[in-house]
Design a protein around this ligand. Structure first.
Ligand SMILES: [Zn+2]
Length: 175
């Protein structure tokens, strides 16, 4: 296991793996009371963006050409998840989002995140920030969920709205 943090922020002693509260965690070697790195999952908000009656997916500039997903982002301090996802949609693709409902909450252990996924309806003119390379609109009955994380949210949402054509298909979007 590779650790991001090496030194105690209080006394600069090494952080070493120790059993604290029933799990192995990085803690200060000199005095665990100084600092324990709990490494709790970070909440991430995600949006299934409905735009002009279709689902709008986005491709991050760092992703392969055929890899599209939901709009996601981290919360700012003091922000509610609903405020956070409305802000992210505005920042990343320039649209005004209205939160319709919470679709679900999904663990994403690979990135130590917890995804809070909303269905939003969006209006306005698409305007992409640098982080987003492109967006595409897909009819609800043609969008195929991918096998993890935000793809699970998309699958659940399609079930919730009764669009069942593709819920059992899985997009091999890395092919
Ligand atoms: Zn210390």
């Amino acid at each position: 296991m590779k650790y991001i943090f090496q030194y105690c922020p209080v006394c600069a002693a090494d952080l070493v793996p120790q059993v604290v509260h029933q799990a192995e965690r990085l803690a200060c070697q000199a005095d665990p009371a100084h600092y324990i790195h709990y490494d709790n999952p970070k909440p991430v908000v995600a949006a299934i963006v409905e735009y002009e009656g279709e689902v709008l997916l986005a491709r991050n500039a760092k992703w392969p050409p055929n890899w599209f997903a939901l709009i996601t982002g981290f919360l700012e301090k003091g922000e509610s998840p609903e405020e956070g996802i409305v802000r992210e949609v505005k920042e990343e693709i320039g649209l005004e989002a209205e939160v319709k409902n919470l679709v679900g909450v999904y663990p994403f252990p690979m990135r130590n995140e917890l995804i809070i996924a909303y269905h939003v309806e969006a209006r306005g003119q698409v305007r992409l920030e640098d982080e987003i390379a492109e967006v595409k609109k897909i009819p609800k009955n043609e969008v195929i969920p991918w096998p993890y994380a935000t793809g699970d949210a998309l699958r659940d949402w399609l079930r919730q709205i009764g669009v069942l054509d593709n819920v059992d298909k899985t997009l091999n979007f890395r092919a």
